[in-house]
Design a protein. Structure first.
Length: 137
């Protein structure tokens, strides 16, 4: 492996030998993190469904898109001052739903509606907030 980066190349040819650059190591670490994240989420998905195709598709989408979505959200995170409050409400709803699953099984559309409404309200309130508002930031 070379001691330094060589632009955007992962491999270079130096003194007649093919050598890896540190960019390859970065790529391997990021890909490994994505793989661990996807494998780690399998038990959580099986808590929702036993359908193997849904488990596979959810993990495939997690590996493909969630890292890019994360970096997008990090860039605008300071603008959504009420996001942590909205996520706390959603997690409380999901927790209550899990506790009541033997007594009442809410329809999927209701769960999705609660999540969409909470996230929409959180986004609207955050975008309308003045800088410095929202202690949740």
């Amino acid at each position: 492996m070379t001691d330094d980066y060589r632009g955007s190349h992962m491999f270079i040819r130096e003194t007649g030998r093919r050598m890896a650059t540190p960019l390859l190591a970065v790529f391997v670490v990021i890909a490994t993190t994505d793989l661990i994240f996807a494998v780690d989420s399998i038990p959580a998905i099986f808590a929702v469904t036993q359908e193997s195709f849904i488990v596979f598709a959810a993990n495939a989408f997690a590996m493909i898109g969630l890292r890019a979505l994360y970096f997008l959200l990090v860039g605008v995170m300071d603008r959504f001052v009420y996001l942590s409050t909205g996520l706390a409400v959603i997690l409380a709803f999901i927790g209550a739903k899990m506790l009541l699953i033997d007594v009442w099984h809410p329809p999927i559309w209701l769960s999705l509606a609660v999540i969409v409404v909470v996230l929409t309200l959180t986004a609207i309130l955050s975008l309308r907030a003045e800088p410095g508002d929202g202690a949740a930031a």
